[in-house]
Design a binder for this molecule. Structure first.
Ligand code: NAD
Ligand code: UGA
Length: 433
């Protein structure tokens, strides 16, 4: 058991802190946001992640997990300090590292001689060296700074922590690297040791590659629509080739979230700063940016005009099983529908539980309520509740069952013989009206 601190209690920090405590470590999580720490201390987590609340309760009851707003309290006895603050995009695409530097500044006075600083936040290659310079200057000692990027996905973050595909440890100091490996020793994932700048690049390259897979399949989906082919079967056929792999080939209205858009932009910015041409990288985002508009065009092609039509938007979060709305494609879809004059009502299995309005549109309490009297249904997130909703229920609720499925929730054969118009992504349109 080690004494650890985690700075930043967002999606990554909170999951990391709680999961490390459940591995047997003694963890103090620290955040500058007092309301967040108050809320967590009352036992109510500020974010939804399956399985996290239960682990939090077990670890706090066991006394292995505590929360504070004080950098001193968190860091003074810690053998290792994980930094998991946000690195959001600036307007020019570069990563805003101000939260990271502020956090390092705040904890520097309490760093002990052997404390290892572990960077979990996603940062451009070379950032570890700047952080080390800052720490060495302010502490007057040589602080070990290790890059340990995080690969968890929201919605399955707890599982990803325990069963991640790999643990990357970037360090120039073998003792610090061995210590970080020891912290994770109860996890089965393979460990890759490397230098810090390579670790930082592994993180960005992985996200860029996953985003590229999505943009690639979305481009193929447009071709499938033109050729009358079915992208879901094309993707399955491609995925049977082990060199390609079946994951991240789900066509749809594009990727969102706080990471793919920002990390591809940050990587692009770094390349531009170094005057390196990266045409492939720049087109990943370009393809993605056009997905919501192309999807809305299908709606306009069907209706001509959607002025005054009631549109039920189903699913608001950027993916299922999370409450995260950051950069959700549903927002672009809603803005486009609204700008075309549609009357939009939203429904999300999680967001509708706590809010009545979002992004200037009302929210229904149930999927049935959203669909009642609607001229069109627009599916933006493949929540299980939406996937499990029987397609034959749409006609009984809607004024006319025009379903535009941005996540390919239903098999085409589920639509066959139903009085519905069913348009999805990269598959033939079914018109049973
Ligand atoms: P987040 O916005 O959910 O949380 C960041 C937290 O840091 C906030 O609670 C904020 O109050 C806190 N914070 C800011 N400044 C601080 C300071 N000086 N001291 C203490 N706390 C401070 O962010 P996130 O989604 O958890 O992402 C964190 C980092 O991890 C980012 O670099 C992100 O790219 C990376 N990452 C995120 C995910 C993900 O799925 N969200 C996955 C892998 C990596
Ligand atoms: C992603 C990566 O998967 C994580 O490995 C990484 O740690 C994280 O970013 C990060 O760096 O923050 P996350 O954004 O939580 O995780 O969720 P994903 O499951 O990757 O989905 C991202 C977006 O891509 C969602 O909008 C999703 O709908 C979309 N997507 C995903 C597709 O459109 N098609 C797919 O086949 C897969």
């Amino acid at each position: 058991m080690n004494k650890l601190a985690v700075i930043g209690t967002g999606y990554v920090g909170l999951v990391t802190g709680i999961c490390l405590a459940s591995c047997g470590h003694h963890v103090t999580c620290m955040d500058v946001d007092e309301s967040k720490i108050d809320q967590i201390s009352r036992g109510d987590l500020p974010l939804f992640e399956p399985g996290l609340q239960e682990l939090h309760e077990t670890c706090t009851a066991a006394g292995s997990l505590s929360y504070t707003t004080s950098p001193e309290e968190a860091v003074q006895d810690a053998e290792a300090v994980f930094i998991a603050v946000g690195t959001p995009p600036r307007k020019d695409g570069s990563a805003d590292l101000s939260y990271l530097y502020a956090a390092v500044h705040d904890i520097a006075p309490f760093i002990q001689r052997n404390t290892v600083l572990i960077i979990k936040s996603t940062v451009p290659a070379g950032t570890h060296a700047d952080i080390k310079d800052q720490l060495d200057r302010t502490t007057g000692q040589s602080v070990q700074v290790v890059s340990n990027p995080e690969f968890l996905r929201e919605g399955s973050a707890v599982n990803d922590f325990f069963y991640g595909d790999r643990i990357v440890i970037g360090s120039t100091d073998s003792r610090a690297a061995a210590f970080v490996e020891h912290i994770y020793e109860s996890l089965p994932g393979p460990v890759l040791h490397t230098d810090p700048q390579t670790a930082e690049m592994i993180k960005y390259s992985s996200n860029a590659f996953l985003a590229a897979k999505i943009s690639f399949i979305n481009e193929m989906a447009s071709l499938c629509e033109a050729e009358g082919a079915d992208i879901t079967i094309v993707a399955a056929g491609m995925g049977m080739d082990k060199r390609i792999g079946e994951s991240f080939l789900r066509a749809g209205i594009g990727y969102g979230g706080s990471c793919f858009p920002k990390d591809t932009a940050a990587l692009l910015y770094s390349a531009q700063q170094k005057k390196l041409p990266v045409p492939l990288l720049s087109s990943i985002h370009e393809v993605n940016r056009k997905q919501p508009g192309a999807f809305i065009q299908k709606i306009l092609d069907r209706f001509g005009s959607i002025e005054g039509k009631k549109a039920a938007v189903l699913g608001l979060t950027f993916k299922p099983n999370t409450d995260d709305l950051r950069q959700s494609p549903s927002r672009d879809v809603i803005n486009l529908l609204t700008s075309e004059g549609a009357m939009v009502i939203g429904y999300d299995p999680l967001i509708s539980k706590s809010r009545k309005r979002i992004w200037q549109i009302p929210l229904a309490e149930t999927m049935e309520e959203a669909l009642t009297g609607a001229d069109l249904a627009v599916i933006c997130t493949e929540w299980k509740e939406i996937v499990d909703f029987p397609p034959d229920r749409y006609p009984s609720l809607m004024k006319e069952a025009n379903i535009f499925d941005g996540r390919n929730c239903y098999a085409i054969k589920q639509a066959l013989h139903l009085p519905i118009y069913y348009s999805s992504v990269g598959r033939p349109v079914y018109n049973g009206l």
